[in-house]
Design a protein around this ligand. Structure first.
Ligand SMILES: [Zn+2]
Length: 457
C-alpha cells in the first residue's frame, strides 16, 4: 500500500517540480534548437538567380497544377482517388525526365506510393511528400476555392499537395539551370500518410530503402504552417498495452498473504510508478488512454473500447490499460521501455503483469546533421530576403514520414512545404505565394549541397 500512498503525498511537490521542468525545458529548447544567425551578405550566384527567375516564371503553371490536384478527392481510404493524384504527378515527373513507378499498396490495404528517380551523380536527395488527405469522399470539403489574390482553400492544399507541387517546382528550377544532371534525386510520394497502412514494416519499406540509399532527406510537410520555422526533430510514438492479473477472492481477504492485492491495486501501483519515475524527462510523455478492470474484462484494442464486470466485494482479477509513449530518440524510447518493463515486473503480492509495445512511428532526433541543414536553409532564406528560419519545438511536432529516414541519412529537414492555416479542418487555406518562396529555398538548398556527399553508389 505504501507505494500507492506515496504517490498522493507527492502531488504538491509535483506542482512545483512541473514549473521547474517547464523552465528547464524552455531553456533547453532555446539553447539546443536556436540557429546561429550570421549576417550573410553573399549575393545569389548567377545560377541561383536563374533558378529563382525560373520559379517565378512558372508560377501560373504551378498554381494550375495545385488546383487540379486539390480537386481530385484523395482521402487515404479512397484508393482510386489517391492513384489518380499519383498519375497526375507521375506525368509531371516523367516530363522532367524522371523514371517513375507506382508501388501498389494492396499488401497494406491502401493505394500505394509513387516513386520518381533521376540521376546518379553528386549528393543523393530523398524528397518526401504524400498524395492522400484526411478528407474522405463523404467530407463536405471537396474543392479548391480561391479566396483572395494570395490565398485559396481546399482539401490537402497545405497538407500536402502544395508541398508536392513545391517539390516539382524546385526540381524544374534545378533542371532549367542544368543542375539536375549533377545530383541524384529520389522522390517518394506516399499514398497513406494520414492513415498509414499496417504493418508499417511493409507500408514504409520503400521509404526506408530509399532513405538508406540517400544522403539528405527533405520533407515537404507544412510543419507548423509558418515559413519562419522548419522541423529538425519529431517525436515518435508507440502504443502499449498493460495486462494485469490478480487472485479473485472475497474482498475481506484483500492484502492477506493468500490473496494479495488484486489487479486494480497493482495497476494503480504501476501507473503511478511510471509517473513518479519518468515524468521529469524532457520530451518523454506516456499516456494511459483507456482502462478497464474488474472480475472480467472484454477489451477490443482495434476499436479502443470494451466492457468490464466486477463487484465491490470481490478482489479484482483482471485489468487492462492501453496507452501511448512518445520519445525524441531511439535511445529515449529504449530506455523508457526498459524502465516501464522493470516497474511492471515489480509486482505486489498475489499479482502479475505484462506490458507489450505495438509498432509505431520512429522518432527523428535533432542530430548535428539536421541542425547543420537547418543552418544552411536559414542562410539561404536570408540570402533570398525571406527572413530567418528557426526550428519548431519538437514537443509540438508530431510523427511524420520523414521520421523513417532517422539514422539512415546524413541530414534531414521537414516543414519545407506549403504554408497556411487550418490543416486537417474544412478551413484549410494556403498562402499561395509560398509555392514560389518555398520552392526557391528548396532549389537553392539542393544546389548548395549538390557535391557535398560525392558520387552516389
Ligand atoms: Zn501531411
Amino acid at each position: 500500500m505504501h507505494k500507492i500512498c506515496s504517490f498522493l503525498s507527492k502531488r504538491s511537490q509535483r506542482a512545483a517540480s512541473n514549473i521547474t521542468r517547464c523552465l528547464i525545458a524552455g531553456l533547453f529548447v532555446s539553447v539546443t534548437f536556436a540557429v546561429t544567425v550570421t549576417a550573410d551578405t553573399q549575393k545569389l550566384s548567377a545560377t541561383e538567380t536563374l533558378m529563382v527567375n525560373a520559379i517565378d516564371a512558372n508560377y501560373a503553371n504551378a498554381h494550375a497544377l495545385l488546383e487540379q490536384a486539390v480537386n481530385i478527392n484523395s482521402g487515404s481510404l479512397n484508393i482510386a482517388g489517391v492513384k489518380q493524384v499519383g498519375e497526375v504527378f507521375m506525368q509531371e515527373f516523367s516530363a522532367l525526365g524522371f523514371n517513375t513507378r507506382w508501388e501498389d499498396g494492396a499488401l497494406w490495404n491502401r493505394a500505394g506510393h509513387l516513386i520518381a528517380e533521376h540521376g546518379n551523380k553528386g549528393t543523393h536527395f530523398l524528397m518526401i511528400g504524400h498524395l492522400d488527405t484526411v478528407f474522405e469522399k463523404d467530407s463536405p470539403f471537396q474543392k479548391y476555392q480561391r479566396s483572395s489574390e494570395t490565398s485559396a482553400t481546399g482539401p490537402g492544399i497545405v497538407d500536402m499537395k502544395g508541398g508536392d507541387v513545391i517539390i516539382l517546382e524546385a526540381l524544374r528550377a534545378l533542371e532549367s539551370a542544368g543542375i539536375l544532371d549533377e545530383i541524384t534525386v529520389t522522390v517518394v510520394l506516399i499514398g497513406d500518410e494520414e492513415s498509414s497502412g499496417r504493418p508499417l514494416e511493409i507500408s514504409r519499406d520503400l521509404l526506408t530503402q530509399a532513405a538508406d540509399r540517400a544522403d539528405v532527406a527533405l520533407a515537404f510537410e507544412n510543419g507548423d504552417g509558418n515559413p519562419a520555422t522548419a522541423v529538425i526533430a519529431r517525436r515518435g510514438y508507440t502504443g502499449w498495452q498493460l495486462d494485469v492479473t490478480g487472485k479473485p477472492a472475497h474482498s475481506s481477504q484483500v492484502f492477506t498473504e493468500s490473496v494479495g492485492y488484486g489487479s486494480i491495486y497493482e495497476t494503480a501501483r504501476i501507473l503511478s510508478g511510471f509517473y513518479q519515475q519518468m515524468d521529469a524527462e524532457q520530451f518523454l510523455t506516456f499516456n494511459p488512454g483507456v482502462i478497464l478492470g474488474g472480475t472480467t474484462v472484454d477489451y477490443h484494442p482495434d476499436k479502443s473500447r470494451g466492457n468490464s464486470f466486477g463487484k465491490a466485494n470481490v478482489v479484482a482479477e483482471t485489468t487492462v490499460v492501453s496507452g501511448d509513449l512518445r520519445t525524441i530518440s531511439m535511445e529515449q524510447l529504449e530506455s523508457a521501455q526498459q524502465r516501464m518493463h522493470a516497474i511492471v515486473q515489480d509486482n505486489l503480492p498475489g499479482t502479475s503483469a505484462t506490458i507489450h509495445f505495438t509498432e509505431g512511428y520512429p522518432p527523428l532526433a535533432p542530430t548535428k546533421g539536421n541542425r547543420e541543414l537547418l543552418g544552411l536553409y536559414n542562410t539561404i532564406s536570408l540570402d533570398l530576403g525571406q527572413g530567418e528560419v528557426k526550428a519548431v519545438d519538437p514537443a509540438r511536432a508530431g510523427a511524420a514520414d520523414v521520421s523513417f529516414t532517422a539514422g539512415l541519412v546524413e541530414m534531414a529537414l521537414d516543414g519545407m512545404g506549403m504554408m497556411g492555416t487550418g490543416a486537417h479542418t474544412v478551413k484549410e487555406a494556403a498562402d499561395l505565394p509560398q509555392l514560389q518562396s518555398q520552392a526557391k529555398r528548396a532549389a537553392l538548398l539542393m544546389y548548395r549541397l549538390r557535391d557535398r556527399y560525392g558520387d552516389a553508389d
